[in-house]
Design a protein around this ligand. Structure first.
Ligand code: ATP
Ligand code: MG
Ligand code: FE
Length: 337
């Protein structure tokens, strides 16, 4: 079964061809990071326009690389939620045009499920399992049952992890996007420099705004006094605390639910400390920690095609094929997909 994946929920335009939910025949990604960098974040209207400009070319390239034509495509998997509405609508409208013109049914895909299913490409994932979703817009602990039904065990009450990485980096003036830069600086700084108190949050919920503000306050204080600060020390203190909290809660969830695997999903799954620390801690508990290769961590269409494949395999009693009335949704709880 050949699925054409389409992703345009934020600032990456991507189209992929995936066979049987496992074999990536092509996965072309056009990132707009360089365009949005000068604004310090994604500008929605610019993102939509870039998607429109690039999407047809990326389709051609992906089909060519996979050595197929649209006649070979069995299903189109497209991200319909959540994300920037104008950006989502480019992918959704494009998918509908292809569907109508070439008679290919559409399977709408929840973007966060895409991030989670990125793990299924390179690993043998056994459900039930726990997923730690850490991305630019989301931070959740998700339980996936044996029928691939999703349950939200908890999530952030304020900022997403990726968002706080980006904000902390912006205030320190060290570049955009902040995640990879802070990650690198972690190893050059003293993680005990800034004492950050752990927010008291019940169950599997999180709060990152206080941790972010602790860093920002320190920067502002130094600036006011006309003193310099060492971004490496702040980056190390911030990342150390963030990874400690994420690891502690997700391991607790895995033990409570008695699962053998934890999947890390979303852009922050690229974080080197989260990968190594959670993996080491998991090993001690007999829990395997899995994460996608770097290219599959951030937004891409292969993960969307893989998620479409599993939606097809496990419809859970739902009609999974969308009509031409399919719409984009800026927000949508993962359990409502
Ligand atoms: P969502 O998936 O919630 O809709 P998004 O698609 O914008 O949001 P992703 O593309 O999944 O987010 O991830 C981007 C985020 O990942 C950014 O916030 C970026 O800073 C962060 N990120 C990327 N690499 C790293 C890293 N090595 N360490 C920490 N964060 C990182
Ligand atoms: Mg992005
Ligand atoms: Fe994403």
């Amino acid at each position: 079964m050949i699925i054409l994946g389409i992703e345009s929920s934020c600032d990456e335009t991507s189209i992929a061809v995936v066979k049987d939910g496992k074999e990536i025949l092509s996965n072309n990604i056009s990132s707009q990071i360089d365009i949005h960098r000068e604004f310090g974040g994604v500008v929605p209207e610019i993102a939509s326009r870039q998607h429109i400009k690039n999407i047809a070319t990326i389709l051609d390239e992906s089909l060519k690389e996979a050595n197929i034509t649209l006649d070979d495509v069995d299903y189109i998997g497209v991200t319909y939620a959540p994300g920037l509405i104008g950006a989502l609508l480019v992918g959704v409208s494009f998918a509908k045009g292809l569907s109508y013109g070439h008679n290919i049914p559409i399977i709408p895909v929840h973007h966060i499920k895409g991030h989670i299913y990125a793990n299924f490409v390179e690993h043998n994932v056994e459900v039930p399992c726990i997923a730690l979703v850490v991305s630019g817009g989301h931070t959740n602990i998700i339980y996936i049952d044996e029928n691939h039904k999703f349950y939200n065990l908890g999530g952030t009450l304020d900022d997403a992890v990726g968002e706080s990485y980006d904000k902390v980096a912006r205030v320190m003036g060290i570049g955009y996007p902040g995640g990879p830069i802070v990650d690198k600086m972690y190893y050059e700084g003293d993680k005990n420099f800034l004492k950050i108190t752990e927010p008291k949050v019940d169950g599997y919920d999180f709060s990152f705004s206080g941790i972010k503000t602790a860093v920002i306050n320190h920067v502002n204080k130094m600036k006011m006094k006309g003193e310099t600060f060492k971004p490496e020390d702040l980056a190390a203190s911030f990342q150390g605390k963030v990874v400690e909290i994420l690891s502690k809660k997700v391991l607790k969830a895995a033990k409570e639910k008695n699962v053998k695997q934890i999947l890390i999903a979303g852009g922050v799954a690229a974080n080197s400390l989260l990968r190594s620390e959670l993996k080491a801690k998991g090993e001690k508990e007999g829990i395997e920690v899995i994460y996608p290769s770097m290219k599959l961590c951030t937004d891409n269409a292969a993960m969307i095609a893989v998620a479409a494949h599993y939606k097809y395999m496990y419809p859970n009693g739902k009609d999974i094929i969308a009509g031409l009335n399919l719409n984009g949704k800026a927000t949508l709880d993962i359990i409502k997909d």
